[in-house]
Design a protein around this ligand. Structure first.
Ligand code: ASP
Ligand code: MG
Length: 439
């Protein structure tokens, strides 16, 4: 695509859909740059929750009726194609009722209805503002995923042709495609969702498939901050992040980004912008690392449990680390973090998995005469930023004292601290790494 024709992808989050007038202005502003615009929309706020609630009560006609009423109420003025989506939702709910439950593909079919209704509704609203909006459902478009219903991955090579042709044709007609986020079509030809919050991932993927000029993730209130403002009053907006920093942040649980969002953009150096409608000054640009920039963000993961596994002569037992993690993996235990020294392995786990972990480790304790101590309630305080190891000297001694574990890569460092101290440590690190660094 010639660079002037590279589109701008605008993804509107569920809460931002509240104000279609405002969204029409956003689209117009983007169009003044001269690039074609592609909109990606989430379901309206709370709609996916309603649909999952209905799945959780498969036989409750009352719950299903309420869901349908709510869907109708939240999508006023639907054109005929949109009303057909309402009828389809009703039929899917009846299918769930009759079966008294659902398998993963049926769940995904129902869950996808939120985005379908959203694009029919939003397109109609944007047309009222004189924009040539047309709803596009991503499964029909040919956004192809694997068959992992509920958490599927987009298959780029398979999707590229159909997505470029489908979107290209509409853009060539001067239309404004309004594409569903959150789901695609599996290799078996069924609806497959990308996991909760997956519309960001869908938008980044469409941007990559279309060779977009940039992808903007437009949220109502949320912004990417240096820490959760509920925990750290001095948290501030982050004007930029490298792809790698953003990825670490998303993986370490910052809810503002779906963890798979970054990679498709990074692979093609497509700029991602995360911005808040509420405060237009708050924009985070996610792009290649710029030399000399020091972006720092903090997150905390809790509640967690730490088990200490003491292995006498640990390093003389080749493969002990592999053995421990394999046994945990076979028992379905997710190792959140691992700290090792020569005779000590500290395993950080989610609380409900502690018993399963202890059981899974029984053969190791028998054969290697290892001992398990704990569980200790801990939190992980995580500091993210390229070249974070340059900051070791800034870490306040008081924050690190009494820590149960520490590990670092050049991009993120994690500190396991007793849960009761998590907030103090978080604030102390924020002061040292963000506030004292200056604006
Ligand atoms: N509607 C879906 C959800 O609420 C996807 C999204 O909003 O990104 O999880
Ligand atoms: Mg949503």
């Amino acid at each position: 695509m010639p660079s002037s024709r590279r589109p701008i992808v605008l993804k509107f989050g569920g809460a931002s859909l509240e104000d279609p007038d405002r969204l029409a202005r956003e689209v117009r502003d983007a169009r003044t740059e001269g690039a074609p615009v592609v909109v990606v929309a989430s379901a309206r706020e709370g709609v996916t929750d309603l649909l999952s609630e209905s799945l959780a009560h498969p036989r409750s006609q009352a719950v299903h009726r309420r869901t349908l009423e709510e869907l109708r109420r939240r999508h006023p003025g639907l054109p005929p194609a949109g009303r057909r989506q309402l009828a389809r939702t009703r039929r899917l709910l009846e299918l769930v009722e009759r079966g008294g439950g659902h398998d993963a593909p049926l769940a995904d079919r129902l869950l996808s209805q939120g985005e379908r209704l959203a694009v029919h509704w939003l397109s109609a609203q944007l047309r009222l503002h004189g924009l040539p909006a047309v709803p596009v459902e991503a499964d029909h478009l040919g956004l192809i995923t694997d068959n992992t219903y509920g958490a599927s991955l987009i298959l780029f090579d398979r999707s590229r042709g159909p997505v470029r042709r489908g979107v290209g044709r509409r853009l060539a007609r001067g239309e404004l495609p309004v594409v569903t986020g959150y789901f695609g079509r599996s290799l078996e030809g069924r609806v497959a969702t990308l996991g909760r919050g997956g519309s960001d991932y869908a938008a980044a993927a469409l941007g990559a498939l279309l060779g977009a000029r940039r992808v903007e993730l437009v949220k109502r209130h949320v912004a990417v901050l240096s820490a959760d403002p509920k925990e750290v009053a001095a948290a501030r907006a982050l004007p930029e992040l490298s792809y790698e920093e953003a990825e670490e942040l998303a993986q370490f649980g910052a809810k503002v980004l779906h963890p798979l969002t970054i990679e498709p953009a990074r692979a093609q150096s497509i700029e991602l912008r995360v911005r808040s409608l509420e405060d237009p000054r708050v924009v985070t640009t996610i792009a290649p690392e710029r030399p000399g920039r020091r972006n720092r963000a903090l997150t905390v993961l809790r509640p967690l449990r730490l088990l200490r596994l003491r292995v006498p002569g640990g390093r003389q037992r080749p493969g002990i680390v592999a053995e421990v993690s394999q046994r945990l993996a076979s028992a379905g235990v997710n190792l959140v973090q691992l700290y090792t020294s020569s005779a000590l392995l500290c395993l950080v786990l989610e609380p409900p998995q502690v018993l399963a972990a202890i059981r899974a480790l029984a053969p190791v304790t028998r054969e290697a005469a290892a001992m398990v101590e704990g569980p200790y309630p801990v939190a992980l305080v995580i500091a993210i930023g390229d070249h974070i190891l340059d900051d070791l000297g800034r870490l306040p001694a008081g924050a690190v004292a009494g820590a149960e574990g520490f590990s670092a890569t050049p991009r993120a460092l994690s500190l396991a601290v007793p849960e009761a101290r998590a907030r103090d440590v978080l604030r102390a690190l924020h002061r040292a790494l963000v506030e004292e660094r200056g604006p």
